[in-house]
Design a protein around this ligand. Sequence first.
Ligand SMILES: CCCC/C=C/CC(=O)SCCNC(=O)CCNC(=O)[C@H](O)C(C)(C)COP(=O)(O)OP(=O)(O)OC[C@H]1O[C@@H](n2cnc3c(N)ncnc32)[C@H](O)[C@@H]1OP(=O)(O)O
Length: 206
Amino acid sequence: MILTSGLQKVFCAGLDITEFYNPNPDRLSKFWTTLQDTWLSLYTTSFPTVSVINGHSPAGGCLFAMSCDYRVMVGPNYTIGLNETKLGIVAPKWFQDTMVAVIGQRKAEVSLTTGKMYTTDEALQIGLIDESLPDANSALKKGTQFLNNFQKISPWAYKMTKDISRQPTVQWLIDNKQKDLDFVIKYMQSPTVQKNLELYLQSLKK
Ligand SMILES: CCCC/C=C/CC(=O)SCCNC(=O)CCNC(=O)[C@H](O)C(C)(C)COP(=O)(O)OP(=O)(O)OC[C@H]1O[C@@H](n2cnc3c(N)ncnc32)[C@H](O)[C@@H]1OP(=O)(O)O
């Protein structure tokens, strides 16, 4: 499966920030549970996945890209990263662990604490993406080539290997779904967090 965008310059703008601003707890609860379940499904697919990142990919967009097996990004003008601290919010543990699995503990910690958005070249250098291509068509071709490798791999061997590799992060979320949700609901009711989100939303308006 290839995950890509039909938009001109945005792969995925991340989660809808307006869902976190002055949230209704019931609605936020459904929103977050849906996100948890969607991520669990994507991170544990029984088939190979590639993200063809053909535009900017902040926060939740970066999470979805990192959850695929392989990342091909169109360069040089787009950016990718977990920028939550720039919004004055915290990337939950499973977002952070997904990044650690891709680029390692040290680089992930620097990336997460600074909320850095990496250019395609920078992302390639730290291993956040696997390949950089100059245009969307060649990126799609590369992504398809990666998937073709699996014609010669046993689906069972593929799935078992991926499960072993991803199990700690997956199991943590399965075991802590409610705790993770409670944290988000409580955290989003903090006046400081709400002020930060208000300022960030204002900064996005043109
Ligand atoms: C413990 C809790 C953890 C919660 C975790 C959250 C993870 C997240 O995913 S938070 C979301 C982080 N996303 C961002 O920071 C992206 C912000 N957006 C941008 O940087 C840019 O919009 C863009 C680079 C993606 C695209 O730039 P472009 O110039 O094409 O688009 P704009 O004209 O700036 O945006 C159009 C329009 O959309 C609004 N908007 C953009 N992104 C979001 C978003 N993620 N949520 C809600 N609204 C968004 C933006 O304000 C504009 O609105 P108006 O048309 O009303 O001006």
